[in-house]
Design a protein around this ligand. Structure first.
Ligand code: CA
Length: 228
């Protein structure tokens, strides 16, 4: 198996270096970038398999970094946030981060999240190779082999997590799927405190595919609605 590469974007040197050391010990090739512009350049050059991204950065911030690198090439992003910055978190998930960790975090937890995210993306890539069928529901078309989505003929650009969530909802249309179940099935971890991750990704799907596509069942979860 080729070495998997992680880009660590963090301007606090001690944090960046301890994260990098831990990930190298886990067998990853690691590169560190300390500001927004160099993070975007590094992502372009090294084509990382995953990005660990701090929000507070010199140059431009991690949210802008996330927007720019996701626009060029979808890649899983684990975002690092300050303790009470709910707003940063919601914006981060909306611009394409897949998971987040709140500072201060343990290196063990960070490594576990990195492995879980990569497993999820590798599983999705393997599924895409297996001639997975194209799903057609009303005016929604999900080409799983190419990981492309169109609604009413218009292509939408989804992040890998948004795509996986949509496929999951489309697998059981009109069925209400609880948020905790979506979190376990799509993200691969069961933490009831983190269901707002699901909410943010649903919000992003509605923004990209239309507000009527996914119905909220308050206190329960979400269902994909099909318009014929
Ligand atoms: Ca920072």
């Amino acid at each position: 198996m080729t070495e998997r590469r992680v880009l660590v974007v963090e301007d606090e040197r001690t944090i960046a270096e301890s994260v990098a050391a831990r990930l190298r010990a886990e067998g990853f090739g690691v590169r560190i970038a300390g500001d927004g512009p160099s993070a975007v350049n590094a992502a372009r050059e090294m084509r990382p398999d995953l990005v660990v991204l701090d929000i507070m950065l010199p140059g431009f911030d991690g949210l802008e970094v996330c927007r720019r690198i996701q626009a060029e090439r979808p890649v899983p992003v684990l975002m690092l946030t300050a303790r009470d910055d709910e707003n940063d978190l919601l914006v981060g998930l909306a611009v394409g981060a897949d998971d987040y960790l709140t500072k201060p975090f343990s290196l063990r937890e960070l490594a576990a999240r990195v492995h879980a995210l990569l497993r999820r993306f590798e599983r999705a890539a393997a599924a895409a190779r297996d001639d997975a069928p194209t799903i057609r529901l009303g005016d929604l078309e999900i080409n799983q082999a190419e990981r492309r989505v169109r609604r009413a003929g218009v292509e939408a650009h989804l992040t890998p997590t948004e795509f996986d969530l949509l496929v999951h909802l489309a697998g059981r249309p009109r069925t209400v799927l609880p948020r905790t179940q979506l979190l376990a099935d799509v993200w691969g971890w069961a933490d009831e405190c983190s269901t707002r991750t699901v909410d943010s990704h649903v919000k992003a799907l509605r923004r990209k595919l239309g507000g009527d596509l996914i119905r909220t069942v308050h206190g329960v979860g979400y269902a994909l609605e099909v318009r014929q």
